[in-house]
Design a protein around this ligand. Sequence first.
Ligand code: HPA
Length: 234
Amino acid sequence: MTIHIGAKAGDIAETVLMPGDPYRAKWAAETFLDNPKCVNEVRGMLGYTGTWNGHPVTIQGSGMGMPSLSIYANELIRDYGAKTLIRIGSCGAMQEAINLRDVIIAMTATSLSTPSRGIFKEINFAPCADYGLLKAAADAAAQKGTPTHVGGIYSSDVFYDERPDLNDQMIRHGILGVEMEAAELYNLAARYNVRALAVLTVSDHLITGKSLPSADRETSFADMVEIALSAAFD
Ligand code: HPA
């Protein structure tokens, strides 16, 4: 047990998928894992452990934003021994050529700040994905035929953004999409020498203003979960 996770030692697998939404964790565990067992209910941030193709997997909600993800990822890595952490979540597309429901695999995550800002001080650390996971995810997506884009994303601290000029610069510099968690996950993976990746589904589009109807979100989410699971055990 940790401060924020009620699971017993051994109840968390070395491979952890982390959706922002705890109910997505429940849905993904019940849809994709064999024998899913709820291992965390603290603060309603649901976590489940089961198996996928015989491999133990935990799916643990991270909450929204880097401070929340950082709490769960720190405890998963430092207290429960998680070795592979894959964020599965939604993002807003930042390039014309990207469509709703497409998958974005985050090679790097740019940010204005992260919870690690304090220790990096004057350094602008470049949070990046584990290459093996990234390649395996890109291969799995290609095999499924899911339209997929691999490149840099932007981990923002705000959903209701009062600085559209920052988004403009991200778009101008080829950033594929915006979300709110990946950069700190990558920072922590680097710090503790574990593997991390973010696989994202495009739920809205910053240039066209379009967004996915909620009925469509589940099926789009399914492709992303399968890509993440395939990558973890490639
Ligand atoms: N901004 C930040 N995070 C997001 C967005 C967005 O537009 N869409 C999905 N996650």
